[in-house]
Design a protein around this ligand. Structure first.
Ligand code: PL3
Ligand code: FE2
Ligand code: FE2
Length: 241
C-alpha cells in the first residue's frame, strides 16, 4: 500500500504531498537491486578515480584522498540502505552499467589527460549523482532518505572541486573539455535511458533526472567560463551521437 508524506523540503519550503512507493513489493526490490548496485559501484569507482587523480595532480593528492574517503563512506551508507530493505545489489549489472565511462576514464588516465578525467568524474558523474540523489530523497524509505541527504551535500563539494580546477585552468583546458564532453555526454545520456525503467519503479521520473543533471552540469560549465552558445553546442552533443 502506498503511503504519503507531508514534509518540508531540505531548504524549508513546503512541498506537495508525495506518494511513497511500497518498499516491500518484489517489483520495488528487483528495481532496487540494480539501482542500489549502480550507486554502490558509482561510489566505489568515484573513490578509485579521486585516488588516481591524485597521481595526475600530486600537489593536491591530500585533498583528493580526502574526497576519496568521502566516497568510501557514501558506498558504505548505500550498502546499508540495500541491507535495510533486504535487497542484494546486482553488482555484475552495475559494473557493466559503468563500463564505457570507466574505460574512458582509464584511457584518459593512462594518457595523463587530467582535464578529461576531471570532466568525467568531477563534472559528469557528480552531476549525475546530484540529480539522482535529489530526485530520490522525497521518495526514499526513511532510512535511505537520511543517508542520501548526508551524501548529496558532499557531492556538491566534489563537483565544486572539478569546477574550481577547470576554471583556474580554463584557457589551457577549454578544447579538451569540449572534446571530453562530446565523447562522454552521449554515454551519460544512454545511462540515464538505461536506468529509467527501474527509476520509475522507485517513483523517480526520467525527465526530472535529466533536468536536474543539466542544471548541475551546465551551471558548472558556465562558472568554468563557457558562454550560452557554447552550452547549447555542448548539450547538443548528447542529441547527435
Ligand atoms: C559519486 O560521488 C557518486 C556516483 C554515483 C552515480 C549515481 C548514478 C545513479 C543513477 C541511478 C539513480 C537512482 C538513485 C537512487 C539512490 C539509491
Ligand atoms: Fe559520492
Ligand atoms: Fe562524489
Amino acid at each position: 500500500m502506498a503511503s504519503s508524506l507531508l514534509d518540508p523540503a531540505v531548504d524549508g519550503t513546503p512541498v506537495l504531498d508525495v506518494e511513497l512507493p511500497d518498499f516491500t513489493t518484489e517489483a520495488y526490490k528487483s528495481a532496487y537491486s540494480r539501482i542500489n548496485a549502480i550507486v554502490i559501484e558509482g561510489e566505489q569507482e568515484a573513490h578509485d578515480n579521486y585516488i588516481s587523480l591524485g597521481t595526475l595532480i600530486p600537489d593536491q593528492a591530500d585533498e583528493l584522498a580526502q574526497l576519496a574517503r568521502m566516497e568510501m563512506k557514501h558506498m558504505k551508507g548505500f550498502q546499508a540502505c540495500g541491507k535495510n530493505l533486504s535487497v542484494e545489489p546486482d553488482m555484475v549489472f552495475a559494473k557493466e552499467f559503468f563500463s564505457d565511462l570507466h574505460g574512458n576514464f582509464r584511457s584518459a588516465l593512462e594518457e595523463n589527460k587530467v582535464v578529461t578525467c576531471l570532466v568525467i568524474q568531477a563534472l559528469m558523474i557528480e552531476a549525475f549523482a546530484i540529480a539522482a540523489y535529489h530526485i530520490y530523497i522525497p521518495v526514499a524509505d526513511p532510512f535511505a532518505r537520511k543517508i542520501t541527504e548526508g551524501v548529496v551535500k558532499d557531492e556538491y563539494t566534489h563537483l565544486n572541486y572539478g569546477q574550481e580546477w577547470l576554471k583556474a585552468n580554463f584557457d589551457s583546458s577549454r578544447d579538451e573539455i569540449i572534446e571530453a564532453n562530446k565523447a562522454n555526454l552521449p554515454i551519460i545520456r544512454r545511462m540515464l535511458e538505461e536506468v529509467a525503467d527501474d527509476a520509475a519503479e522507485l517513483k523517480m521520473e526520467k525527465e526530472s533526472l535529466i533536468e536536474d543533471f543539466l542544471i548541475a552540469y551546465q551551471e558548472a560549465l558556465m562558472d568554468i567560463g563557457f558562454n550560452s552558445r557554447d552550452l547549447a553546442r555542448m548539450s547538443a552533443a548528447a542529441l547527435v551521437a
